[in-house]
Design a protein around this ligand. Structure first.
Ligand code: ADP
Ligand code: MG
Length: 216
């Protein structure tokens, strides 16, 4: 049963029609707490620092926001999502494609290490709206000039805690230096300890801070 006034109802968000009508078919009937807290500020263009345990629905929290704010008519890399591993990047790209199923011609490209670079170069020549990748390989494409972040309007850093644990700090620094300063940034993590604070402070401007209690 759904209630039109329920704050966890996706209908309260005024999502683009093609995104909204797809949610039911995915079995997403109500927002998870991290989605209910982060989607309103993210959709309004605000930076977000979102914390929620594994399985709390963080992918759709940023996925719906980035798709709602995408200008599909502009075939440029507008969104970069960085994940700590190839497996996570593949999962995130799949979820974004599922969410975008009823939008027309949204191109999501994955750029991960451990995969041959040739096909990635070929795909980049054809272009994309959204790049999902791991820091090492994305940095490599920036250095080669095969990827440009000139038209980037949104940056998502997923699993920021693991990113630092895995030693991606230098690659992240290089990528961040290459991004336009005027952009929206969403930073998600399962945990937020002091180690992330300098990175979060550097990346985020007046962010909405979302902390969802563990429901064990
Ligand atoms: P996290 O990144 O926080 O670990 P995920 O984004 O991977 O979590 O989501 C965990 C699972 O919950 C996925 O299988 C996803 O399809 C599902 N899910 C996400 N949002 C919803 C929702 N609003 N309703 C039902 N299931 C959802
Ligand atoms: Mg996740």
């Amino acid at each position: 049963m759904t209630h039109a006034t329920d704050s966890t109802d996706f209908a309260t968000l005024a999502l683009p029609e093609a995104l909204a009508r797809n949610l039911d078919s995915l079995g997403y009937h109500t927002m998870t707490p991290v989605q209910a807290a982060s989607l309103p500020p993210a959709l309004s263009g605000r930076d977000v620092r979102g914390q929620g345990k594994t399985g709390s629905g963080k992918t759709a929290a940023f996925g719906l926001a980035l798709l709602a704010r995408l200008d599909v008519a502009r075939f440029r890399v507008q969104t970069l999502v960085l994940c700590p591993t190839r497996e996570l990047a593949d999962q995130v790209a799949e979820e974004i494609r599922r969410l975008a199923r009823q939008m027309h011609n949204v191109k999501v490209l994955t750029l991960c290490g451990g995969a041959p670079i040739g096909p990635q170069l070929h795909s980049l020549e054809h272009g994309a709206h959204i790049v999902v990748g791991t820091p090492g390989r994305v940095e490599q494409h920036l250095r080669k000039g095969s990827l440009s972040l000139e038209h980037l309007t949104m940056f998502v850093l997923d699993e920021a805690d693991r990113m630092l644990d895995m030693g991606f700090e230098d690659a992240l620094d290089a990528i961040i230096d290459d991004m336009p300063r005027t952009r929206q940034t969403l930073l998600f993590s399962a945990t937020f300890d002091a180690a992330i604070t300098p990175l979060a402070d550097r990346l985020l401007t007046n962010p909405a801070i979302i902390e969802v209690e563990s429901t064990h």
